[in-house]
Design a protein around this ligand. Structure first.
Ligand code: CAA
Length: 240
């Protein structure tokens, strides 16, 4: 049976790798993106995967977009909440706007998208929700009170929703990447990033495809007993 997946923030970085890995498994995939039309057009042209533009921080936009996606494609079986942004800065420099944007996008987006797909998954008796957390939600990070709070919130959100989904065959898991070779990590000042990589036992940044493998694992048909967990893929940087 062909399953259908929605991957938020799916046209670039980790999201793009997730789309490709799911597609390679025979899943019918659509991606969402917020702003970069050029990257989205290139993504669709290169991979033949549709991309829908909406802001995951906007509750109404998510409900409307999921309706459109499901009408134009098929009901959503797999939701990957991957869309995320950074607005780094120490607390003293962080504005309320920087706090709000990150919380609303990274954490609010998970709620908005789960709300849009959950009832349908319940009705059909199948669902896989994978929320992309972060090593910095597990261990904190200097200059990221907004991002660490949002990502840490994702881990709590995952465990609560997993309990609600279990009786409907909807699994909900989190995947916590470490520092991955993406545009987001490339924005970290070089000297800061060198210090971070020096603390990674594997000795390098991760690759987006290495995260995507984890998403395939968590969202596969046979993973019905795997729920409420967090899979950490971080080169050994954070263990507990
Ligand atoms: N621990 C303790 N002190 C630290 C520190 C740390 N980790 N990092 C910086 N400091 C100290 C500095 O030594 C400096 O101290 P002094 O003033 O006494 O010299 C002070 O903090 C200010 O440092 P900066 O000059 O760097 O301050 P800034 O305001 O210019 O920048 C920052 C602060 C924006 C947080 C910058 O350090 C930074 O970008 N850090 C990286 C944050 C990061 O890792 N972001 C991850 C983005 S990728 C991602 O989030 C994906 C994912 O899931 C992993």
């Amino acid at each position: 049976m062909t399953r259908t997946a929605i991957v938020t923030g799916g046209t670039r970085g980790i999201g793009e790798a997730i789309c490709l890995a799911l597609k390679a498994e025979g899943v019918s995939v659509v991606a969402s993106y917020a702003g970069n039309d050029e990257a989205a057009a290139k993504f669709t042209q290169t991979h033949g995967i549709k991309a829908y533009k909406f802001d995951v921080a906007d509750y109404d936009a998510c409900q409307a977009a999921v309706k459109t996606i499901e009408t134009e494609n098929a009901p959503c079986d797999i939701l990957v909440n991957n869309a995320g942004i950074t607005r780094d800065g120490t607390l003293l420099r962080m504005t309320h706007q920087m706090w709000k944007e990150v919380i609303d996008t990274n954490l609010g987006g998970c709620f908005n998208m789960a709300k849009a797909v959950f009832a349908g998954m319940k009705e059909r008796g199948f669902g896989r929700i994978v929320n992309i957390g972060s090593i910095n939600g597990q261990g904190g990070q200097y200059g990221q009170v907004n991002y660490a709070a949002a990502k840490s919130g994702i881990h709590g959100f995952t465990k609560a929703l997993a309990q609600e989904g279990a009786k409907f065959n909807i699994t909900v898991n989190a995947l916590a990447p470490g520092y991955i070779d993406t545009d987001m990590v490339a924005a970290v000042p070089k000297e800061v990033l060198e210090k971070i990589v020096a603390k990674v036992p594997v000795g390098r940044l991760g690759q987006a495809a290495e995260i995507a493998r984890g998403v395939v694992f968590l969202s596969c048909e046979k993973a019905g007993f795997l729920t409420g967990s967090t899979l950490s893929i971080n080169g050994g940087q954070h263990m507990y």
